[in-house]
Write a new protein. Structure first.
Ligand SMILES: [Zn+2]
Length: 321
């Protein structure tokens, strides 16, 4: 209002200055600057112009994720519902492979806009993500020798299991069924074996532990971390009775060594729904739940994404694998 006295010309100049001071690009990208090898991380792109989707480029792969309209508070609203205070969001989980040698990677997010006129404002965003290592100690375990050196007649079965898991993890589901944090699949009695530990079975090195072992008694109900579709339910040589759930957009969880499977392949499950019972089937030293999180084809540490629960009960025997 104070500008009035300088005349209309001055008011116009001031208005133009305000307009050009607004950010031209309406896109923002949220991602951590540093991630541990073996962890996954959440990336979100927000936009105040309507988006159809966002394509994330990471480790040479492209992942196209549908954008959803959200209220300013971040709550998703059904597509087609308009409102004055709406933004668009696309979120993805991306992995940093445990064994990758790179010191970092560039993450690129390119938006597909709803209206061509917004294309210039939605230029691709590039962010560098640096990698570091967490401590991964060695863990020595004793198991039945058939799991260290499998009998020759089991070779075909082990190969078929591997193919079955590969096929299950290759199933595409464009629906976004997961939400963070994940539901904890068993009550929190602590962890008996961390993700990424180097394993030595009966004195022989056998790679790293690609999951998180949660302490749980035999027969305890195992509940789904998030909504999804059962991608695999069956008996595998090393994993025992196993359930894999596809949560969409490249996110899977698996629940191994179950005494009983209570779902079938193709079935839809809800977050917190029982999918099986804790057991000691496959290569184990005792009953527990092995939980895996697989993101864009890589096994990553589930622990940072699990909902916290008040700790703990008594410390029991170490049960693992
Ligand atoms: Zn395990």
């Amino acid at each position: 209002m104070r500008y009035i006295r300088y005349g209309c010309g001055m008011v116009l100049v001031m208005c133009m200055a305000v307009v050009t001071a607004l950010p031209a690009a309406a896109l923002t990208l949220e991602a951590p600057g540093k991630v541990a090898r073996g962890d996954a991380f959440l990336v979100s792109v927000m936009s105040n112009t309507p988006l159809r989707s966002v394509t994330f480029s990471w480790f040479g792969k492209k992942h196209r994720i549908a954008a959803v309209p959200v209220n300013m508070g971040g709550q998703a609203r059904p597509r087609g519902v308009s409102g004055r205070h709406t933004q668009w969001r696309a979120s993805i989980l991306l992995p940093v492979p445990l064994d990758c040698k790179e010191s970092g990677q560039n993450l690129t997010a390119a938006a597909q806009v709803e209206y061509a006129a917004d294309a210039a404002a939605a230029a691709p965003i590039v962010k560098h993500v640096a990698f570091y290592d967490k401590k991964r100690p060695v863990q020595k375990l004793n198991v039945d020798k058939k799991f260290v050196t499998p009998p020759a007649d089991q070779a075909a079965r082990i190969k078929a299991d591997r193919e079955r898991v590969r096929a299950a993890l290759a199933k595409r589901l464009t629906e976004h069924c997961w939400a963070l944090p994940f539901h904890r699949p068993v009550p929190d009695r602590g962890v008996s074996s961390l993700f990424g530990l180097k394993r030595v079975f009966n004195g022989q090195p056998r790679g790293v532990h690609k999951g998180l072992d949660l302490r749980a008694p035999q027969g305890q109900a195992v509940t789904a971390c998030a909504d999804g579709i059962v991608a695999l339910a069956g008996d595998l040589y090393y994993s025992g009775n196993a359930v894999y759930i596809n949560h969409g957009e490249g996110v899977f969880t698996s629940y191994l060594h179950l005494s009983k499977i209570l779902v079938r392949e193709g079935q839809r499950v809800r977050r917190g729904e029982t999918v099986g019972l804790v057991g000691a089937t496959g290569r184990v030293t005792g009953p527990h739940l092995h939980l895996s999180l697989i993101v864009q084809g890589e096994s990553v540490d589930p622990q940072p994404f699990l909902a916290a629960q008040p700790k703990p009960v008594e410390k029991k025997h170490e049960r693992q694998n």
